[in-house]
Ligand binder design. Structure first.
Ligand SMILES: [Zn+2]
Length: 254
């Protein structure tokens, strides 16, 4: 359908222009990035408002307080370490889903369902720092950029992305973990998951949380996940592999 040489040329152009690549925090991995942080943040804010307006918010004061307390601690570390200037928000959504996510710009949602897997505040910190790590490393924008490159043939005429087109809003939401709500599953790649685990552990360490709780949390998640994998778990990497990797990172950074 599209001209192969043209695609190769475009991909090369993307790599050559410095603004189209970034480096992930901590790991320093090079990422292709066709979306600006400003674009990403405005989409994050819009999606967050949209989801909250359609969701039932929890009234459980204990859980709400805990999410805010942990969120603020992690946010402080993230701001100091990565110089992000987010307009943080933390909300608890009433839902059975074992899910949590952080939109670009620090818009965090934790679903009440995830408290089934959480035994203490440190374990909540594992979940939240993992999700915040995805946002800090701009994983959603990275996935959108990749999707754009793969569909570049059809998008040739309009390289400049319209942030508010319904098509991209959907991809965006799915990229940030709202898959089941939109009927599409687009889990983060294995590399992004491992990266979020690693960055998350650094955030936890600097916020003075107990790193060993990360291993316990993932064991709880494994027990609870059963036949249908919760979104938060994603399909890659396998939980056993993930626990092993987390243990290795903990030994390294302690
Ligand atoms: Zn993840």
């Amino acid at each position: 359908m599209f001209n192969k040489n043209l695609v190769v040329t475009l991909i090369l152009l993307v790599f050559m222009s410095g603004c189209a690549t970034t480096k992930a925090p901590i790991t320093g991995r090079t990422q292709i990035m066709l979306i600006s942080p400003a674009q990403e943040t405005s989409m994050g804010e819009k999606s967050y408002k949209d989801v909250l307006s359609k969701s039932k918010l929890s009234k459980d004061k204990k859980q709400i307080d805990m999410v805010n307390r942990v969120g603020k601690k992690i946010a402080k570390v993230a701001e100091k370490l990565y110089q992000v200037n987010y307009n943080w928000e933390f909300n608890v959504i009433q839902s059975k889903q074992l899910n949590a996510w952080c939109m670009p710009g620090g818009k965090v949602a934790v679903y009440t369902g995830i408290f089934k897997a959480i035994e203490n505040e440190d374990q909540l910190a594992v979940v939240m720092s993992h999700e915040i790590a995805h946002a800090l490393a701009r994983h959603g924008a990275e996935r959108m950029s990749m999707a754009q490159i793969s569909s570049i043939g059809q998008a040739l005429g309009s390289m400049a992305m319209n942030s508010y087109s319904p098509k991209y809003t959907k991809v965006f939401n799915v990229a940030y973990g709202l898959g089941s709500q939109y009927g599409v599953m687009m889990p983060y790649g294995r590399q992004q998951e491992t990266e979020a685990d690693t960055i998350g552990l650094y955030l936890m360490r600097d916020a003075n949380y107990d790193l060993s709780e990360a291993v316990k949390l993932w064991k709880n998640m494994k027990k609870l996940s059963g036949p249908s994998q919760p979104e938060f778990l994603s399909t890659h990497p396998s939980t056993d592999r993930r626990i092993e990797d987390i243990q290795k990172t903990i030994t390294l950074i302690k």
